[in-house]
Design a protein around this ligand. Structure first.
Ligand SMILES: [Zn+2]
Length: 682
């Protein structure tokens, strides 16, 4: 799995779950409307902003916007996501008609969507499209055949045992190398397999029932299905034992272990790697990044110590699991029952069109994205965003230059890194070429399978080649953004460069509180606990003096302690260390966006509007981006496994560290929204 520093959890990345089987945290049943960037009616004036700013900025919105039944959370991001989805639906409705005049890419997106929407065709084929994959598993006669069969499954998007892809070499980031990483779990991360509290125990029991039910739907007897589910849980628990937790995975030194293929083979004799490489048809290479060596040793033990039937059962489960969204309704409903309802707290399955829009975006994102950009992202929006990025970069430069805790030596390095951050805005300069991907009208599962193969082959083709830094890891309609430490670039998809983040009709103060902080957040990721370990070239190299390193760690510890203290639901706390990078980026992003706003206001003063000063509107613009209702299940899931803090604390945790906020709202030094001492790194 890629480790990018993103703005927020969008589609939650469940370890071991293919793009197909994710339960997107998105969209609702509401009609599309434009989303306003600053909403007076969202404010709860009965709350003192110095007591609880989140409740002040969002209180009335939270009351008036319950979570729609097909969602597990509902926030202002989701309003925008919903609007983007509706635009995409319009595009796909248009191109799904079987019109010979369609361009090649419009045929692909249109026929993909048509096939996905064709529920009666999917019902009629039942589970037959799974047969070739299942047959390949069942036909194995001895364990030596596992690598070849697993290779075929991986190519089709089945996420069993481990992930295999191309990634820049951490220490020579201009070149892509092969990367084998931990994977193969059905729950969000390793800890879910070992926690002994009642909720965790119940979740594992429900997963076991779900696995059994899926096997039954595929035709196994209830007894056999129940036994198979036990086997799956047993294998996954053994994999979890040798997996890193999400906090450990944020440490680049823990996930970079370049070794020769020969050494990897020595460490895992029960799995013949060359047979796997032959099966996936990878270009030849001598060394690769084995992200988590202990995981591969553990996988080897699992294969060595269990009989072939155990491995077959585990592989059959992941094959079923990955395919679930394109199988008949009974499978889709059962998949939702566990991953949507039990795990995330959603009440209803999203309507089919929303799911099919999501899958089209997932499999043909840069084809669908072209039509989206034409409709929703004019060149002026791109130019204005670029201008704001430059304004934010200037503010961060001033901020670094004026820091009291950093020595001139390290500042020089930091400024060099900042000056070389590349800005990517809206959409790729060159669109992905899908001409080799065959989309067949009426073959939903086949289209999904071929799209997975296309993507897998695209990854493999990169091995040993120079890194293409123009490539995007998110599709244009995505409501999110990221910093890539290995490429030292910031990426803002067109999907987020819209209200409520950026509104050309709104005043600067509100826009700097919205998209300005997003830009600042991504820039700051280059300098958080993880990003700061990479240099201007994107290489894992320490550019800090020991003294500055020590100071930095001390200042970061303030954030760790602060966020450790926040309770999300029941007795579940935010994990200060897991969320450190995101919290650093939120706090730094807000500060530099406010600095940039002051620069702009100095040249172009703004007046008080609706009774709020420009400073107040800046903080309200920021706070209102995060208005969000969440089910307790989703809040728990996010706190346990996601590096992003809960929305409420992304607001209150940040503004309470900001002297500018206290000044803007006239908060007294002992007010709850004024931390003493305040935490600050950047
Ligand atoms: Zn982030």
């Amino acid at each position: 799995m890629r480790r990018l520093m993103i703005l927020m959890p969008g589609v939650v990345l469940l370890a071991g779950i293919s793009a197909l089987a994710q339960n997107a945290n998105s969209a609702s049943t509401k009609p599309a409307a434009s989303v306003s960037s600053f909403d007076l009616t969202a404010i709860d004036k009965s709350v003192d902003p110095c007591d609880d700013f989140y409740l002040y900025a969002c209180g009335t919105w939270l009351k008036n916007n319950p979570i729609p039944p097909d969602q597990s959370s509902w926030g202002r991001f989701d309003e925008l996501h919903e609007r983007n989805q509706t635009i995409l639906r319009g595009i796909l409705d248009k191109y799904s008609a079987d019109n010979p005049g369609r361009s090649a890419i419009n045929q692909k997106i249109g026929d993909y969507y048509y096939s996905c929407m064709d529920e009666s065709g999917i019902e009629a084929r039942d589970a037959a499209p799974l047969k070739p994959a299942m047959d390949s598993i069942n036909a194995m006669k001895d364990k030596s055949q596992i690598p070849a069969v697993l290779g075929g499954l991986h190519r089709g998007g089945v996420k069993a045992f481990f992930d295999f892809e191309a990634q820049p070499d951490f220490k020579d980031s201009k070149v892509d190398i092969a990367t084998a990483d931990q994977g193969g779990l059905s729950l969000p991360d390793r800890d879910y397999y070992f926690k002994t509290d009642a909720k965790s125990v119940e979740l594992r029991e429900k997963l076991e029932k779900h696995v059994a039910k899926m096997f039954e739907l595929y035709g196994e007897s209830p007894e056999k299905a129940a036994a198979a589910a036990k086997t799956v849980l047993k294998v996954e628990t053994d994999l979890a034992k040798v997996s890193l937790d999400p906090t450990e995975q944020r440490d680049p030194t823990k996930i970079y272990h370049k070794m020769s293929v020969a050494d990897l083979q020595k460490a895992s004799p029960a799995f013949v790697w060359n047979q796997y490489f032959t099966s996936i048809q990878t270009p030849t290479f001598d060394s690769l990044n084995v992200a988590v060596p202990d995981f591969m040793k553990g996988m080897n033990q699992i294969i060595a110590n269990n009989d072939l039937d155990t491995v077959k059962t585990y592989l059959r489960w992941h094959t079923l699991h990955a395919a679930a969204p394109m199988l008949p309704k009974a499978f889709v409903d059962e998949n939702f029952d566990f991953y949507g309802k039990t795990l995330r707290g959603a009440k209803e399955l999203r309507p089919r069109w929303k799911r099919c829009v999501q899958y089209t975006d997932g499999d043909l994102g840069e084809a669908l994205g072209q039509a989206y950009v034409a409709e929703a992202f004019p060149p002026e929006a791109k130019a204005r965003t670029l201008q704001m990025v430059h304004e934010l970069e200037a503010a961060l430069k001033t901020d670094i230059t004026e820091l009291s805790w950093m020595t001139p030596e390290t500042k020089k390095q930091a400024l060099e890194k900042l000056s070389r951050i590349d800005n990517k805005i809206g959409y790729p300069n060159q669109w992905r070429d899908y001409s080799s991907l065959n989309i067949v009208r009426g073959d939903a599962m086949g289209n999904s399978l071929r799209a997975n193969q296309f993507e897998f082959n695209r990854q493999l083709a990169k091995i040993g080649k120079p890194v293409d830094r123009n490539e995007w890891e998110m599709t244009p309609p995505t409501v999110n953004a990221y910093y890539n430490p290995l490429e030292n670039n910031v990426n803002f998809p067109a999907g987020i460069l819209q209200p409520p983040f950026y509104d050309y009709k709104a005043d600067d103060a509100v826009n700097f509180g919205g998209i300005g902080v997003v830009i600042g957040h991504e820039l700051t990721h280059g300098f958080d606990d993880e990003g700061s370990q990479f240099d201007a070239d994107g290489n894992l190299r320490n550019w800090w003096t020991p003294k500055d390193q020590e100071q930095f760690t001390k200042l970061e510890d303030c954030f760790v302690k602060e966020y450790d203290g926040f309770v999300v639901v029941d007795d579940v706390h935010i994990k200060g260390k897991l969320t450190l990078g995101e919290n650093t980026a939120d706090n730094g992003g807000l500060r530099i966006s406010h600095m940039a706003l002051l620069d702009v206001l100095a040249a172009n003063p703004e007046k008080t509007i609706d009774g709020y000063t420009p400073d107040q509107r800046f903080f309200l613009g920021y706070g209102q981006v995060w208005c969000e209702n969440q089910t307790p299940q989703t809040a728990r899931l996010q706190a346990l496994s996601d590096p992003h803090s809960d929305a409420k604390y992304r607001v209150n945790g940040v503004v309470s560290n900001s002297p500018d906020f206290a000044k803007a709202f006239g908060c007294k030094p002992n007010a709850p929204m004024v931390r003493n001492p305040a935490c600050r790194v950047w």
